[in-house]
Write a protein that binds this ligand. Structure first.
Ligand code: GUN
Length: 295
């Protein structure tokens, strides 16, 4: 039987509709809408595209937003000062510092400077620690989006073998922690595999749910996937394609066409995990707003 496509675009629109209803109710009470700010340093084309999507989503759900653009030459001290200003600004409920930052700026130092109460990306070690311990916090947007996708499609995780490929701080590692937690979407037996893993292919083949967050096109091939597995593709890779006007196209980490007959569920790229990440950022911003206003 062909795999069911996990349509992140559609689901994200459904959830945006739910957020919009809440925002409309907030505005009807005479309160201001939630506000998300984004800091964008330099002009990385992928970051520009992500930021455009985030601003568009804010418009769709009724949030106000702004993008603070700074030149590539911005110093670390200047960026820390800007973060501090946003931390103090009562009109801003949450903000993100779009990554990657230029090489001369220490990401970790900047992320540590963000007020955890406004850290809607969930990247601050305070939020990461709370996440790991199952305490109330902002969950990092991509793993949060994947949890929502599994939940809304009634995909059972309890007792399942999950394999996560990739150990980044923003996707792979938090994903592995979240799915092992004792919570509704969790209780899985999780293996995190990475560049030093031995027998990676054989481990992946044991997975009931395989989540690839590696960033290598066509890395996950048909022979690495168990019949009937759930395949979640976090990769966003641009490859050359002479048949396209632009000369390139986006693909995930997974050999999607060859897995359609083998997986039970699969996420497309684009239109799978990507839109779920953005809607999770919206949910976190709404949560920041509601906490601040004690709603
Ligand atoms: N760069 C790639 N993904 C992300 C993300 O989720 N948030 C931020 N701030 N930067 C990113």
């Amino acid at each position: 039987m062909p795999a069911q496509i996990l349509d992140g675009k559609h689901l994200s629109n459904v959830i945006k509709g739910e957020i919009k209803e809440e925002v409309d109710a907030i505005i009807a009470k005479g309160l201001r809408p939630p506000h998300l700010s984004a800091i964008l340093v330099g002009n990385n084309p992928a970051s520009e595209s992500y930021i455009r999507n985030k601003v568009r989503s804010c418009d769709q759900v009724g949030f106000s937003s702004d993008v603070l653009r700074r030149d590539e030459s911005l110093t670390e001290a200047e960026l820390l000062e800007l973060v501090n200003q946003l931390n103090q600004d009562e009109q801003i409920d949450g903000f993100i510092v779009q990554l990657p930052l230029p090489d001369h700026i220490d990401d970790q130092k900047v992320l540590l400077a963000v007020d955890p109460a406004k850290d809607v990306d969930g990247f601050h070690p305070f939020n990461f620690g709370c996440m790991a311990q199952g305490l109330d916090c902002f969950l990092p947007a991509t793993p949060y989006g994947i949890l929502l996708m599994l939940d809304r499609n009634n995909i059972e995780t309890s007792g399942k073998q999950v394999v996560v490929i990739g150990r980044s701080n923003i996707v792979g590692r938090p994903m592995s922690i979240l799915l092992s937690r004792k919570s509704k979407i969790g209780n899985a037996t999780v293996t995190l595999v990475h560049s030093r893993t031995q027998n990676l292919e054989a481990i992946c083949k044991e997975a009931d749910i395989l989540i690839s967050a590696l960033g290598k096109p066509f890395f996950v091939t048909q022979d690495m996937v168990k019949e009937g597995a759930v395949v979640v593709d976090v990769g966003i890779n641009r490859i050359e394609d002479a048949t396209r006007k632009s000369g390139s196209r986006l693909v995930g980490d997974v050999d999607y066409p060859n897995l359609l007959e083998k997986a039970s569920f699969i996420t497309p790229v684009p239109g799978g995990v990507g839109p779920m990440t953005v809607v999770s950022l919206m949910l976190n911003t709404l949560k920041a707003y509601k906490t601040k206003h004690a709603i």
